[in-house]
Design a protein around this ligand. Structure first.
Ligand SMILES: Nc1nc2c(ncn2[C@@H]2O[C@H](COP(=O)(O)OP(=O)(O)OP(=O)(O)O)[C@@H](O)[C@H]2O)c(=O)[nH]1
Ligand SMILES: [Mg+2]
Length: 204
């Protein structure tokens, strides 16, 4: 009886959606990427680029990739809004961090916002996909160049990847998402969130 219950419990929670936070400083291109993701993974048209305004609240997008359900939470990156980010950390399976690769004058701001994320205990063990965005612009730095510049010491124990992308033409996005789904499947963080959801489910 117990094993039947356990099997069912495992089945239900193995179907859990993955929650992915999309973070980065303002104008990095997060919302544009979210709209592109929707267009790439569903039959729906994303919002046209000229209809996208700076984010103040939260944008949510759902897709299915590699047979998995992904829910994206895209938050505003303006300086006064960054304190809201941490409210979402506990429930996130992974983080996508977006950087405007064509704007070196803001790399320092981007680096310190990312370091703060990496130090936060509520995001321990969360896989990190760094999207080196706006590759369609001349002068955009490559993933390797940006990784060298950021020189993140806090990445040691974490599953992470740099991927060069463009939210305009879609370059690199599917490769990044494939990687993310694969690492979320096997991350200790996912296991921890599943157990926590299970415990809550039984006691409710
Ligand atoms: N050339 C180019 N421009 C982009 C790309 N992605 C976004 N942009 C532009 O960058 C600006 C900011 O894009 P958003 O998607 O609103 O940026 P955001 O990170 O969501 O900004 P906040 O909501 O303020 O945090 C807009 O003018 C976009 O059209 C890209 O891949 N290539
Ligand atoms: Mg936005």
């Amino acid at each position: 009886m117990f094993s039947l219950f356990y099997g069912l419990w495992k089945y239900i929670f193995s179907k859990t959606e993955f929650h992915v936070l999309i973070l980065g400083i303002d104008k990095a291109g997060k919302t544009t990427l979210l709209e592109k993701l929707k267009a790439l993974y569903s039959n729906l048209e994303g919002l046209p680029q000229d209809r996208i305004v700076p984010t103040v609240g939260l944008n949510i997008g759902r897709i299915e990739a590699s047979n998995r359900k992904l829910v994206f939470w895209d938050l505003g990156g303006q300086i006064g809004l960054r304190t809201i980010w941490e409210k979402y950390y506990e429930e996130a399976h992974a983080v996508i961090y977006v950087i405007d690769a064509a704007c070196p004058s803001r790399f320092e701001d981007s680096k310190s916002a990312l370091e703060k994320i990496l130090r936060h205990e509520d995001l321990q063990g969360a896989p990190l996909l760094i999207l080196v965005n706006k590759q369609d612009l001349t002068g955009a730095v490559s993933g390797e160049e940006l990784a060298r510049y950021l020189d993140l010491k806090e990445l040691d124990e974490r599953l992470y990847m740099f991927e060069a992308v463009s939210g305009y033409d879609g370059m690199g996005i599917k490769d990044g998402i494939d990687w993310l789904v694969e690492v979320m499947e096997r991350s200790k963080r996912t296991e921890m969130l599943r157990i926590r959801a299970g415990v809550t489910g039984i006691s409710a």
